[in-house]
Design a protein. Structure first.
Length: 154
């Protein structure tokens, strides 16, 4: 896993949070917390963020980008087998508890991630939003593919 801090300026972070709060909603029982649709990378409101993360995702193409709001009232183990790497941007995360990963057996790894930081990891790893958070949490998640996988055989 890779980790980078201080992605956005404070003003940029607050503008992004204001926008994210307008797009997250209840998508039904299979989508924990509140989520946006997975096409946020197509919105002009994400342009600054996407430009700031370019150096960290060189050689990859964003295939999905969505926002998630949670307050720790669920555990949702999952992975993203159709992607190569996943990225989480911790927009609002006062407790600094990052993504949790399921290891062999019953072992779990809890990561620490500050607000305004990103973590990048193998999309096939089984992970979840942490449960029992003491406050609300807003993140942006991205699924990415290596660019060469998108090139035709010509």
């Amino acid at each position: 896993m890779k980790y980078y801090e201080n992605i956005l300026l404070q003003k940029e972070k607050l503008q992004l949070l204001k926008f994210i709060k307008t797009v997250v909603k209840d998508l039904g029982e299979y989508f924990p917390g509140l989520q946006s649709l997975p096409n946020l990378h197509e919105y002009k409101e994400l342009k600054i963020f996407l430009n700031k993360i370019k150096p960290y995702i060189t050689g990859y193409k964003i295939v999905k980008c969505w926002a998630n709001y949670s307050n720790g009232d669920f555990l949702n183990w999952h992975h993203h087998p159709d992607s190569d790497i996943s990225m989480v941007y911790y927009l609002k995360n006062k407790s600094k508890i990052g993504t949790i990963f399921k290891l062999k057996g019953t072992k779990v790894m809890v990561t620490k991630c500050k607000e305004n930081s990103i973590s990048i990891f193998d999309s096939r790893l089984i992970h979840s939003v942490p449960c029992h958070l003491p406050e609300e949490r807003y993140i942006l998640s991205l699924d990415l593919l290596r660019k060469e996988k998108n090139v035709s055989g010509t």
